[in-house]
Design a binder for this molecule. Structure first.
Ligand SMILES: Nc1ncnc2c1ncn2[C@@H]1O[C@H](COP(=O)(O)OP(=O)(O)OP(=O)(O)O)[C@@H](O)[C@H]1O
Length: 308
């Protein structure tokens, strides 16, 4: 199946001469949730803005639903919904009116049944006659999503959907996004919250200094790049790690009762078997052990650091 979004060799040089994007290639399949991660200034907003037609492409080719974003701008744009970070709506307007007005901006004929479905999906139907200023922050965010969905786009961009919201609202937003995916919408979100990417995305792209340094299935990314930590709870505390075990780079807890061994799950040999033998030879015994996989956050920090 043809990808719903195709980005080929996309580069952006701002008038200042600054190269904000360097030949980015990316394909998004229909129905995916794709998370674009990157530190401040990495180029996330630039990429989204180009796809949405807000910033001009310097080089490359981008299609949305097969439509070229430059040559066939209107068609491409009509397939995209964009939920900006900021709430940009007249606070005195009513929910229903602002959502159906957004649809009109795309030159689409009125479709009350669609607006009703969108509002119901986002549990806004009961609030349809409320002025926006009377809604909670979470409800206002839902209205922004409803507006972006009003013209039946195939791809929805969410720019930092949960920036600065509390934990409860964040979980609520995740539910909304999952529901949208079930309804067949392809979702591309940018986030600083790794927990968010870890929780929701099917695939993750990491952008750093204008380069898409990695695109990977989330589970594969965790598996491939993840380091594991093996913690041994010692029977008797020790004062220091014996010289004979130096090669393992073990970390001893302050009270001397836990030893931590970090190993790479990608490596052919993890070194665990020989560590066990060497521990026995050094007469270090343990009463229990557990392993932990590093979080996406650690993976991400390591990856970006490697590139700097
Ligand atoms: N109009 C512009 N002219 C010149 N440089 C720009 C312009 N807009 C953005 N940049 C630069 O391009 C780089 C990428 O910016 P962009 O906003 O795409 O980053 P981002 O990944 O979205 O960051 P954030 O997470 O902070 O939103 C930054 O270094 C920024 O200063």
């Amino acid at each position: 199946m043809a990808p719903v979004l195709s980005v080929q060799g996309a580069s952006k040089r701002y008038d200042s001469g600054f190269e904000a994007l360097k030949s980015v290639d990316l394909e998004i399949e229909k129905g995916e949730i794709f998370a674009l991660l990157g530190p401040n200034g990495a180029g996330k907003t630039t990429l989204i803005s180009i796809i949405c037609g807000l910033v001009n492409l310097t080089e490359g080719k981008i299609t949305v639903g097969g439509h070229d974003i430059v040559r066939d701008h209107r068609k491409a744009r009509s397939m995209i919904g964009l939920v900006p970070q900021e709430l940009t709506t007249d606070q005195f307007e009513k929910v229903y009116d602002t959502v159906s007005f957004s649809r009109g901006l795309f030159g689409k004929p009125a479709n009350p049944a669609h607006i009703e479905r969108v509002l119901k999906d986002l549990t806004l139907w009961d609030k349809r006659d409320n002025q926006l200023r009377t809604l909670s922050g979470g409800m206002k965010r839902r209205v922004m999503i409803a507006k972006a969905l009003s013209h039946e786009p195939e791809v929805l961009f969410l720019d930092e959907p949960t920036a600065g919201v509390d934990v409860e609202l964040r979980r609520d937003m995740w539910e909304v996004v999952r529901g949208l995916r079930e309804a067949g919408v392809t979702i591309i979100l940018t986030t600083h919250y790794l927990e968010e990417a870890e929780e929701m995305a099917d695939r993750i792209g990491v952008i750093s200094r204008g380069e898409l340094v990695l695109v990977e299935e989330k589970t594969e990314l965790m598996r491939k790049l993840g380091q594991k930590r093996l913690t041994l709870l010692l029977t008797e505390p020790i004062e220091r790690v014996p010289e004979a075990l130096a090669e393992y780079g073990l970390q001893l807890s302050e009270d001397g009762s836990e030893l931590v061994y970090t190993y790479d799950t990608r490596a052919e040999r993890t070194g665990i078997t020989s560590l066990m033998t060497d521990l026995r030879d050094a007469d270090i015994r343990f009463r229990d052990l557990y392993t932990e996989q590093s979080s996406l956050e650690e993976i991400f920090v390591n990856l970006v650091r490697e590139r700097q």
